[in-house]
Design a protein. Structure first.
Length: 389
């Protein structure tokens, strides 16, 4: 009974501390909601559209003009300017006015009709990864379609019917069915990992700050006294309000992404909320581990920032972990975001049963239990450590 009374008293004290510092409100509510609105609005249409592309058309025939009209009809491509030479188009791309340009040399139509395989060129700025890759796809697709269109006209002029001509030009027809995200919506892929990653980083830092500031201000002994010098009771009381607030924010993320925006969720609400709760508590536990190992506030906050930022790269959503060096593959298991990402991909996105993802749940549970190994050290820090600025 005394244990639970201590938790209630410390939780009440922590709520007063949260209200007294606007920084907590900003990091726990305002910043996560602002990030949610920013990223979902930024990628509201799923893919960027009408990206500026230049044209150098030295042939200027009805065939090439029709090709360019078809290219302009692509949703990601908007032909904005015609340049007199490749040099001018290249300079415009270097100035950032266009992301790519399409070059049609003189005599292209004549060589097409004579079946001499003319060459067209397109240049993309791949320093901008998404813009460069999407425009490369459009420009390449248009070149292939133009070649097939002219080839069809030539074969029909020679007396070949359309069915036989198409069998010759395209002997294998590819029927593509993207799984789980048939719209190829980038927002579905990115926001389901970026937003939890940002919230995870904020959980790290708030947890470390809330404990570290007790050590810095010399109030940790008072905090421990309210728990009867029981460090587990002290942590439970302090982090309980944080857990409830962060879980409410994370659940609001889920409601907005899957309920309002209609992102695919094939696992049901139960596994989704379970994974969310485990991920929130695991992130808090990792923050406790860092402040126990590095009891100086500035060092612990720096470690949080480093671990949180690296999580985005090593979790696997931007670059596959299986393609990384074996040492990095092993290291990826030390990041909570990696396991939450695996749960999201397997259950939420693809609807796999628990048998396929129990290891990721177990890994998050191990993160939750991690501070247990350092409770004695943390108790010593809270009762005896003299803060060094």
């Amino acid at each position: 009974m005394r244990f639970f009374q201590g938790i209630v008293n410390i939780a009440s004290r922590e709520l007063r501390r949260l209200v007294a510092r606007p920084l907590y409100l900003f990091c726990m509510v305002v910043a996560p909601v602002a990030c949610l609105l920013f990223f979902t609005t930024l990628m509201y249409e799923g893919l960027p559209s009408d990206m500026p592309v230049g044209v150098v058309d030295e042939d200027n025939t009805s065939v090439t003009r029709n090709l360019l009209r078809n290219l302009d009809a692509f949703s990601q491509t908007r032909l904005t300017e015609t340049y007199p030479s490749v040099t001018e188009a290249r300079r415009a791309m270097q100035r950032g006015e266009i992301y790519a340009f399409y070059y049609i040399p003189e005599g292209t139509t004549r060589e097409l009709l004579a079946s001499r395989q003319p060459k067209v060129s397109f240049y993309t700025n791949n320093s901008l990864l998404i813009a460069g890759s999407l425009l490369y796809r459009d420009l390449r697709t248009m070149s292939v379609l133009a070649n097939a269109s002219v080839g069809l006209q030539v074969l029909q002029a020679k007396g070949v019917d359309e069915r036989m001509a198409m069998a010759f030009l395209q002997p294998i027809v590819i029927d593509t069915h993207p799984l789980s995200n048939p719209w190829l919506n980038y927002s579905v892929y990115l926001n389901n990992t970026i937003l939890p990653g940002i919230l995870m980083l904020l959980i790290f830092m708030v947890t470390v700050f809330s404990i570290g500031v007790e050590i810095k201000d010399g109030t940790s002994r008072q905090w421990m006294a309210m728990a009867g010098d029981d460090v587990f009771c002290a942590l439970m009381g302090k982090l309980l309000p944080h857990t409830l607030i962060f879980f409410a924010v994370a659940a609001a993320y889920d409601v907005f992404l899957y309920g309002v925006l209609g992102f695919p969720c094939h696992s049901g609400i139960g596994p989704l909320l379970l994974a969310t709760l485990l991920w929130v508590v695991a992130s808090q536990a990792f923050g406790v581990f860092l402040i126990a190992v590095l009891p100086t506030l500035r060092l612990a906050l720096s470690a949080c920032s480093l671990w949180g930022v690296v999580s985005f790269s090593i979790s696997g959503f931007s670059f596959p972990v299986m393609a990384m060096h074996p040492a990095l593959q092993a290291l990826s298991n030390l990041f909570p975001l990696r396991h939450y990402f695996l749960i999201y991909v397997s259950q939420t996105l693809n609807g796999y049963p628990m048998a396929y993802v129990w290891r990721s749940y177990f890994a998050l549970l191990l993160f939750v239990l991690l501070p247990m190994l350092f409770l004695r050290r943390l108790k010593t820090v809270l009762l005896e450590y003299d803060y060094i600025p």
